[in-house]
Design a protein around this ligand. Structure first.
Ligand code: IMP
Length: 194
């Protein structure tokens, strides 16, 4: 099995990627904490490629990285790549979005999407695979549900009549931006000659 370094020092993210790539022939492990890469690009895919390439070069190993976030149509795509930094806690980030959408009461005005980009880099830093997954939904006027993380309690999927925070892990995975991006990258990884 070839090692694939996950460009994060967050063990939760490693476990999540292991679950998504459980069928693959790659052995995933965390990058060392002291190796830090700033997200300086202005797109999700740009940041995923940058993180994967820098970690791959630094460790002379294959590396995988992701970048994700929420884009609200009425806010011209904000918070976008700044989703994790939009305020200092999940509650404050949710409150900020709800406040910014307070002049947009109709669900037609509250359309949004989650985006997840994933990239795999070879040991020389060149990109071997990349994928992007998008999940459309709408922002509720108040949070609903207790599961999940981040903006899940305000992200509503009309066809399911549930927010991400009200869905089982399996249901979220089957329709989410992350589930879609990892399904694509998993197929690409299976085709790569190691
Ligand atoms: P990342 O770890 O740099 O990809 O940051 C992603 C940020 O976007 C997280 O901190 C969340 O705020 C938000 N986000 C991304 N995906 C999700 C999701 O599935 N549910 C809720 N929030 C998400």
């Amino acid at each position: 099995m070839t090692k694939l370094i996950v460009a994060t020092s967050n063990p939760g993210k490693l476990r999540e990627m292991q679950a998504y790539l459980s069928e693959s022939e790659w052995e995933l492990s965390l990058k060392p904490a002291e190796l830090d890469v700033d997200e300086t690009e202005d797109t999700f895919i740009g940041n995923a490629c940058l993180k994967a390439a820098e970690v791959a070069i630094a460790l002379n190993c294959w590396a995988i990285a992701d970048d994700s976030g929420l884009q609200v149509d009425a806010l011209n795509g904000a918070p976008g790549i700044f989703s994790a930094r939009y305020a200092s806690s999940d509650k404050e980030r949710i409150d900020r979005i709800l406040h910014e959408l307070s002049d947009f009461p109709d669900s037609s005005q509250r359309q949004a999407q989650f985006v997840c980009a994933v990239a795999v880099a070879r040991p020389d830093g060149s990109i071997a695979a990349r994928a992007e997954g998008i999940c459309r939904g709408e922002i509720l006027t108040a949070p609903r549900g207790t599961d999940g993380f981040g903006y899940d309690p305000i992200f509503y999927i009309p066809t399911e009549r549930l927010t991400f925070a009200e869905m089982s892990k399996e249901a979220k995975r089957s329709i989410s931006h992350r589930g879609k991006a990892f399904a694509t990258i998993s197929a690409q990884l299976a085709a790569i000659k190691q």
